[in-house]
Design a protein around this ligand. Sequence first.
Ligand code: AMP
Ligand code: ZN
Length: 488
Amino acid sequence: MDKQNKLMIYSSLSGKKEEFIPLNKNFVGLYVCGPTVYSNVHLGNCRTFISFDMIYRYLVHQGYKVRYLRNITDVGHITAEFDEGVDRIGEQAKLEMLEPMEIVQKYTVYFREIMGLFNALPPSIEPTATGHLIEQIAFIEKIIENGYAYEINGSVYFDVLKYNNDHNYGILSGRKIDELISGTRDLDGQDEKRNPLDFALWKNAAPEHIMKWPSPWGMGFPGWHLECSAMSTKYLGDEFDIHGGGMDLKFPHHECEIAQGCSATGKSPVKYWMHTNMLTLNGKKMSKSTGNFLNPDELFSGKSELLTKAFDPMVVRFFMMQAHYSSMLDFTSDALMASEKGFHKLMEAVARLENLPTGNSSGFDVQALVQSFYDAMNDDFNTPILVSHLFEAVRCINLISDGKETISAADLEFLKKEIHGFVFDVLGLKNSKTEGNNDKLDKVMELVLEMRQQARTDKNWPLSDLIRDRLQDAGFTVKDGKEGASWS
Ligand code: AMP
Ligand code: ZN
């Protein structure tokens, strides 16, 4: 069982599923592009990090010793106006009238808190871009030495055309250099770059720019693509196993990372490139810049027009696990309600495992059932298929519990161990601590809302308003809908 079966991973570089063979037997180097900490992470960002948390968890479950890096981008993530040197963190610092490092601290703390609520394991190393300036400068020097970058006016640019003569710029994203060139426009001939496609490795900082550091080229700051190359290779080597991020990072970010790696070391840095798909809202990608997003706290408190109630972080995690990481997933309140039911059903069955009666062997094949869990995960981390097999197990558990099916003591031990492994360790679900209390609270609230409904039927408006207001004071929001009142 388990590890003997091949783990297949869809590689974005080759466009097909490939058998996972780590570069060093039993060890895995995993790098995931982390958040740019200039604002609160939204639920879309969370989906990507939760997907990689599940991938990390499965690799660990399979016995690999994984060194998992997820960086914090605390400088250099530039907006479209990069050529003007607009750094997101610097901009936000101006807006909030804080030091850039206060911005970084504030949103890093929030990010970690949210990841904790989603039960995402901390990475082995969480390196920051500002903590690795020496490495980034050294990386640029290597690229210049190898002839793929040039300095001008205190900035250093990557020479895309020169690189493309010797390598293939577009190898990951499938973009063609000619099309890329025709898609760019020279900003009024003001551009100091040799070619508009060239990207900055180091940017000269104007005197008023806040975040800047000394370098061989003067005061400036590093380009965004560079930090991931410098930090991943520092801790994982010039070549490492898995590099991940959301699909939207494939181009230019990851394409540029490959170019930087190849031109500095002559080697393509990553064996398996993995990309997660987007969480959408109203059918469109969740994104800060378009305003089409939901914050995790809105979800946990239910305070959003888009929601009919609050949701437990574990329900949200389960909702995400019900889709394959490479499929789009649309967020709706209804879909979450359905996941909530499924989640509770699964958790109740897992709890029931503790007290199942044992007896004769089962009529169902426990070994085959458990094997199906592994098969699903070995097929490119197919969590929705895993979940469907877990529900098959739920059905069996309920039959045993109802006395309609039997299980031997040995089979029960085995099933319990494997179900715990997949539900808690791999999917990263857990029973919310307050769940027992939530059930009780649900019942009390149901009663209170029924009493309020009775008051409304009796046209006793003062009483119905009093109930609503007192609930409000206690932190409960009551919403009157078509199907009666609900609370959060
Ligand atoms: P950023 O902080 O913008 O660099 O984004 C952090 C991570 O979130 C990146 O890997 C993005 O690809 C990912 N991401 C951004 N928007 C979404 C979304 N709507 N759904 C899933 N992942 C996303
Ligand atoms: Zn990155």
